[in-house]
Design a protein around this ligand. Structure first.
Ligand code: SF4
Length: 343
């Protein structure tokens, strides 16, 4: 097993235990601090303060360190910097664009598609992405207690058609390893489950999250493990992210990526090509490119389906098929995600 040493690593080549919690606790949570850290012109502050009122700023230093100083259009900064127009009421942009409230079968459990269920494992995220379709999600109503977990686990035991449990959030890896090991051990004991999937951005924004404690519970489950990372731009993948991915691969985790098409971040073919190439360097396969979900407060990120499809057609002329993500839209009530045709 080849494990890489991170900047905060110890002798066994793994991040220091607890390093990720300290980085999470120390994340930038003040718009003033964010603007100052990135050397932005003071004119950006008023907008950042008003957007922050609606959805608070949260940016770990390890992620901020990959942004260009003094550039408000940096593609990583754009994902996390609140803007004044987040307060605009744009017709068609709503608080629950995927109508998830209707599919919450139990507290913290979303059962939309056949064969798999999504468990809201942690209400928190390590980074608050301004375009997030769950930026208005009532997490406080969906954070289960241990007793409610028992009810959720009974639901999974009773439905023998289920093959896969998806840990989501928030970010499931914002939960403690003690909680995650407890939950995964119980999922392990449900004989009809085959796969454990985690949807997370934490190994990207704080690569030290992938430490020895986490690798222990991942290595010991009998379930096949899939991790769907969330990376929108090639600049998000630095050496520490590549090393974290190597640690995950070493314990048998299949790594996929989903992105969102975002105006000003990756809505050009050069950016999408560079992203796929860089993902493969990190041993991650492109999986989905999500069409933009019309969530209130994020209209400035919207890219039309026609423009997204045109970008995909051009991208297809540059990349081998295995580096092409599938452009999809999630349509409330549909039995699966809907691939967009492409031209
Ligand atoms: S759920 Fe994902 S996209 Fe939304 S804020 Fe958290 S990390 Fe970002």
């Amino acid at each position: 097993m080849l494990l890489h040493c991170s900047p905060s690593g110890n002798d066994d080549g793994l991040p220091e235990p607890g390093a990720w919690q300290r980085q999470l606790a120390g994340a930038i949570r003040d718009p003033r601090a964010l603007c100052q850290r990135l050397g932005l012109d003071p004119s950006w502050l008023a907008g950042a303060l008003s957007g922050h009122e609606l959805f608070e700023v949260r940016v770990p230093e390890a992620f901020a360190a990959r942004m260009r100083i003094g550039d408000p259009h940096d593609p990583l900064l754009r994902q996390v910097l609140p803007l004044a127009n987040e307060v605009d009421d744009t017709p068609g942009f709503v608080t629950d664009p995927l109508e998830e409230a209707q599919h919450t079968a139990r507290r913290g459990l979303i059962h939309k598609y056949a064969g798999r269920v999504l468990l809201i494992t942690s209400p928190a995220c390590a980074v608050n992405c301004r375009y997030c379709f769950r930026r208005h999600f009532p997490y406080s109503d969906n954070a289960p207690t241990r007793l409610q977990w028992d009810e959720t686990l009974n639901y999974l035991r009773d439905d023998t058609s289920l093959r896969e449990a998806i840990l989501s959030g928030g970010d499931p890896l914002a939960a403690s390893d003690r909680q995650l090991a407890w939950l995964v051990a119980r999922l392990d004991g449900i004989a009809h489950l085959k796969r454990l999937r985690l949807h997370t951005r934490l190994p990207v924004v704080i690569p030290d999250r992938v430490d020895g404690v986490m690798l222990d519970w991942l290595a010991t489950t009998r379930l096949q493990k899939v991790m769907v990372l969330h990376i929108n731009h090639a600049n998000e993948i630095d050496d520490a992210v590549i090393a974290a991915c190597a640690r995950l691969k070493a314990v048998g985790v299949t790594l996929l990526n989903q992105s969102v098409i975002l105006k000003g971040v990756n809505d050009d073919v050069d950016s999408l090509e560079a992203l796929s190439e860089r993902l493969f360097e990190a041993d991650i396969l492109p999986y989905y490119l999500h069409a933009f979900d019309p969530v209130a407060g994020a209209a400035h990120f919207a890219v039309s389906d026609e423009d997204a499809e045109a970008l995909m057609a051009e991208l297809r002329t540059r990349l081998p098929g295995f580096l092409m993500p599938t452009l999809v839209r999630e349509i409330p009530g549909e039995a699966s995600k809907t691939p967009l045709q492409g031209v």
